[in-house]
Design a protein. Sequence first.
Length: 89
Amino acid sequence: MTISDELERTRAALLALEKSLAALRNRLGPQLDVLRLLDDLSRCTADLERLSQQVRAPRRGELVVIPDGDYDHDFWAEAEQEGLGRTAL
């Protein structure tokens, strides 16, 4: 299964949970525990959306922008020069 399939399965599970919780709220009224579960569900849904955006791979033909600017000098602090070993600081 791909990550997209897993994300879609998770979305479907959250949707099913949302329907079940809505039914509980309709039957039991605005009880604290039901409201807390609904609040937890909204956080889970938001977290899943953020996760989906983070793991989304660029599609074929989609350009990935690589900045032209220089890297921070600290980025190369522990790097070794190819063929020369580690440089003295």
